[in-house]
Design a protein around this ligand. Structure first.
Ligand code: ZN
Length: 644
């Protein structure tokens, strides 16, 4: 199955759930309830991303539905809506830049006025006039709320970011408010909007009875149902604690939930549901809402678990300073899962691996759970197979052939090492925190996990453990990592822009650093017929440099060394060479490949017997547009959506 939709720089794929129909009905029902809980949080992330997102979506969907009913949908409106749906708002999901529609202000005004007023008001909650007045400046004025997340340290990260976590406050006020959040358990750095009341910061907590109450009440309703069909007692405890956290919003309840969640390792069904990742907050405090419902693949998990059983060996052999090494690696587990439902910030663009919880103190004491999303990776690989990118950017025919042969095994192992061991390895110096790295923290942390994967990927232990057929697979991975970090990934960035997203920054940082420090006898950039290529001359030497950088990055994290983090990221991870960037864009465009891909979910239909869900059917028929319009009707609960 290839792309089901294609627009702007995006391709929409479908993932399948192998053997879903053969599952016991009770397990399917559990997956159904957890999926409901995943979908009801959709509007939270829209509102978190930008205060005006929901009003914009509702107004444009009302227009589009009206046009569809009349049999005259406007193609430009369709594309703009598809982009909105993909990004969960008006800012590009990856670059964070506001994108603009191909239609004009006057056209939108006419379209909105053309929807019967009762229909419009019922769908949007206000009149077309008022809605237009509120949304038109945001949509059409380029400078208005143009950046979702500002990471430029010269600017005020809070006031210059459009993301909706803070209101009426400066960066300094927010930082002061949270300066001793560790000591003050009554604060909610992760799950609240910080607003200004009479000049003083005040938290509006995200919980039932607080902000997002309407959505979270539905999420809890479906989680409650899941309790009745949970797989074991511990899973019942996990779900109860999550509901309790949504009810109180207390940091201590979130910690209790995470501790319980990490300990549950037996069930065949698992899930992520909550305020989890802080990438969208320029200060790295506030978490966006997300959910992934997971079905464990036992067979693949047994294979992957080999890495986890040797976790202590890896930690002991990591090329980092002894004082930042974990003495006792605890509770590392790896699960290979198939995604069953994606929600919130994980939909439609989704990660291929996740390691949680994020809280370092919990990880150090109780361990963490890693998942690798097998069916998502498989769908990406299928779409990428022979799309021409590797062939275009590989330096030689032999490099490309080796990449074809080993590409899948290398990238899978990289993800597992990165998620399962990389993020969990090392320890903090007492009194230091990752937060101290501020806007550079996410990039440093991702670089650390990537370097861990790169360094160990080429360890003979990998072949010994049966994880790689031979070290050639590791060298093929080094080729593709550098090719991507230095060249291919920049195709995702508009000309004239620099890197913002932390995973992209991390890859560029790692690649540029080795290129600069290892010298041409190890790795160099070469030019042939006006095209640039990466040529690795000495793979063993390159591995040593990955090890050196891992040691450095671990020390920066462990010591919370802001100045060094800043120097490293600013020197190597952000700025693009304009000429090289343009060259990559041209080569990439000639291949006609969408730089980004995301997913439609399967559609679940409950089979009711005596008013109870007795079984669940699944199908893969829905188009991207149908799914998005359905979600907006089915899972959008009335919520205050003023432009606050
Ligand atoms: Zn990561």
């Amino acid at each position: 199955m290839t792309s089901v939709d294609r627009f702007a720089d995006i391709s929409i794929l479908r993932y399948e759930i192998p053997d879903f129909d053969r599952l016991p009905p009770v397990r399917k029902v559990l997956l159904f309830y957890l999926s409901k809980a995943a979908l009801y949080g959709r509007d939270i992330v829209w509102h978190q991303n930008y205060a005006g997102n929901l009003l914009i979506r509702r107004a444009l969907e009302a227009v589009y539905r009206h046009q569809l009913a009349a049999g005259r949908p406007d193609g430009r409106l369709a594309v703009y809506l598809k982009r909105l749906w993909f990004a969960n708002g008006i800012h590009h999901h990856y670059s964070g830049d506001k994108f603009v529609p191909d239609f004009g202000r006057e056209e939108l005004c006419g379209w909105m006025a053309g929807v019967p007023s009762r229909t419009f008001e019922a769908a949007v909650g206000t009149t077309a006039d008022k809605a237009f007045e509120a949304i038109a400046p945001v949509i059409f004025e380029p400078g208005r709320d143009a950046r979702k997340v500002c990471l430029d340290p010269q600017r005020d990260l809070v006031t210059d970011s459009a993301v909706n976590f803070y209101s009426g406050l400066t960066q300094r006020q927010v930082e002061e408010f949270y300066a001793d959040a560790d000591a003050d358990a009554s604060r909610h750095p992760l799950n609240s909007t910080l607003v200004s009341t009479g000049g003083q910061p005040r938290e509006i907590v995200w919980r039932v009875g607080g902000r997002y109450s309407e959505c979270l009440a539905y999420v809890c309703h479906w989680l409650n149902k899941a309790i009745g069909v949970a797989e074991n007692e511990r899973q019942v405890d996990v779900i109860r604690r999550l509901i309790r956290f949504y009810e109180t919003g207390a940091a201590s309840d979130f910690a209790q939930y995470n501790i319980s969640w990490v300990a549950e390792r037996e069930a065949g069904v698992d899930f992520i549901n909550g305020f989890i990742e802080v990438y969208s907050d320029p200060l790295g405090l506030k978490a966006t809402w997300e959910s992934i419902v997971q079905l464990v693949d036992d067979e693949a998990t047994r294979r992957a678990d080999v890495i986890c059983r040797h976790a202590q060996w890896f930690e002991d052999h990591s090329p980092i300073d002894d004082e930042y090494r974990k003495k006792n690696v605890r509770g590392v587990s790896m699960r290979v899962i198939n995604a069953v439902m994606l929600g919130g910030d994980c939909y439609p663009s989704t990660p291929i691996g996740v390691n949680l919880p994020n809280e370092d103190r919990i990880r150090e004491r109780y361990g963490s759970k890693s998942v690798s999303l097998a069916n998502i990776s498989a769908a990406h690989r299928k779409a990428a197979a022979d799309n021409g990118v590797a062939r275009e950017f590989a330096q030689t025919e032999a490099e490309w052939q080796r990449c074809r042969l080993y590409g899948a095994v290398g990238s899978e192992l990289h993800t597992q090492l990165h998620e399962c061991l990389g993020h969990g390895s090392g320890c903090m110096k007492p009194g230091c925190r990752l937060d101290d790295l501020k806007a550079y923290g996410s990039t440093i942390e991702e670089a650390r996990a990537d370097l861990f994967a790169l360094y160990f990927m080429a360890d003979p232990k990998m072949v010994e453990l049966g994880l790689l057929p031979d070290l050639d697979a590791a060298w093929a991975h080094y080729d593709s990592y550098l090719r991507n970090g230095l060249l291919v990934q920049t195709a995702r960035i508009a000309q004239g822009k620099n890197l913002e997203e932390s995973h992209m920054r991390n890859r560029m940082l790692v690649c540029r650093w080795v290129l600069d420090n290892a010298g041409p006898q190890t790795v160099e950039m070469i030019e042939r017929n006006g095209k640039h290529y990466v040529a690795i001359r000495d793979y063993e030497s390159l591995r040593r440099y990955f090890g050196l950088l891992l040691r450095k990055v671990q020390r920066i994290k462990s010591e919370g060394n802001y100045d060094e983090a800043r120097a490293l990221v600013e020197t190597y991870g952000i700025r693009l060479d304009p000429a090289l960037h343009a060259e990559v864009a041209e080569r990439y465009a000639a291949l006609r490949v969408a730089p980004f891909a995301g997913f439609v979910n399967p559609r679940m239909t409950p089979v009711m017997i005596n008013n109870k869900v007795a079984d669940v059917r699944i199908d893969y028929e829905e188009t991207y547009e149908e799914q998005m319009l359905r979600y907006s009707q089915q899972y959008s609960v009335p919520m205050r959506i003023d432009m606050d």
